[in-house]
Design a binder for this molecule. Structure first.
Ligand code: ZN
Length: 323
């Protein structure tokens, strides 16, 4: 199922299959992307595959390579939990040849728009395709959406993207499958390297205190204790009791640093550091972690692989050295 609740999911699935069948019958599925093929299409630019977040856009680019034009709805640094679609976004979504979302309610404010859209435009949600037993539950029968921080788990979303691209462009099957397999191997190798690097942080200090709870999959995968100030979505508010509890943790455990995130407000993290200072302990700002967005052009963090490496180096530098 794609979006919305389980009652409408099946109906939407049927509607989507019908839409796909109609699309295939109308033979408008292949948008050429090489220069010769583009020439065959005249001046009309190829319609893009539209990803919701930078992280999903990266996945589609890794699998699609040169055959696919990928566009992204939310730019670098945008918080997907609170993002609302503009009228122009709705037009872009409706004009896409394929919409690829992250899923599991990451795009909370877009859910109903995406569900409606899925009746007309082929739509896939990467995290919704992952095995349920590997997902971390949160309240109300929902799951934590931040699955990309477990490189191996995220790689299990590759087949869903390969399948969606093959449906649109069957002639590209071999290319998509080969690129998908190669990307999966790279993510698996990266997974091992990250675990090794993080093991250099002494266990009692291997604690990640961040603005919102984006790193639970990361913590499970790489043996890092993770504490978010704000819960799994940036939509919830951190209470004073939460802040005080975290100040106790920082002081009692001698945690040397806390972290801020690129797509989330720093306010709560600042409150933690002030709280610790009032108790006579300096807690450093360990640096800025990429959470729900990749870095912008020129940041050196334009892919998920580079973001995972950059985050881990930031953590090691802030937490490993020391007293
Ligand atoms: Zn988040």
């Amino acid at each position: 199922m794609f979006f919305g609740d389980s009652k409408t999911g099946a109906a939407m699935g049927h509607a989507l299959s019908r839409a796909l069948v109609l699309a295939v019958l109308a033979t408008v599925v292949v948008v050429p992307t090489t220069s010769q093929e583009t020439a065959a299409w005249g001046d009309e630019p190829p319609r893009p595959v539209l990803a919701t977040t930078t992280i999903v856009a990266d996945l589609v680019r890794q699998v699609g390579g040169d055959r696919v034009v990928v566009d992204c709805l939310m730019g670098p640094g945008v918080d997907p939990h609170s993002y609302r679609a503009t009228p122009r976004d709705a037009d872009r979504l409706a004009a896409a040849r394929l919409v690829v979302a992250s899923g599991l309610h990451l795009e909370g404010k877009l859910a109903s728009l995406l569900a409606r859209l899925a009746r007309r435009v082929p739509t896939v949600a990467v995290a919704d395709a992952l095995p349920r037993e590997r997902l971390l539950p949160v309240a109300d029968g929902l799951f934590d959406p931040h699955v990309w921080f477990d490189a191996r788990l995220w790689s299990e979303g590759v087949p869903a993207v390969v399948a969606a691209l093959v449906k649109l462009d069957p002639a590209g099957r071999a290319a998509y499958e080969a690129r998908g397999a190669e990307y999966t191997r790279r993510l698996e190798a990266l997974d091992g390297r990250l675990r090794e690097r993080l093991a250099s942080i002494p266990r009692q200090r291997r604690v990640l205190v961040t603005a919102h709870d984006a790193f639970r999959y990361f913590g499970r995968a790489y043996d890092v204790e993770v504490v978010g100030v704000q819960g799994t979505s940036t939509e919830s508010e951190a209470g004073l009791a939460d802040i005080n509890r975290l100040v106790d943790l920082l002081v009692d455990r001698g945690i040397p640093a806390v972290f801020v995130e690129t797509s989330v407000s720093d306010r709560n993290v600042a409150a933690l550091r002030e709280g610790a200072r009032a108790r006579g302990r300096e807690v450093a700002l360990g640096g800025r972690l990429y959470s729900d967005s990749l870095g912008g052009p020129g940041s050196g963090a334009e892919t998920l692989e580079s973001v995972l490496e950059a985050n881990v180096e930031t953590m090691v530098a802030a937490l490993a050295g020391g007293r």
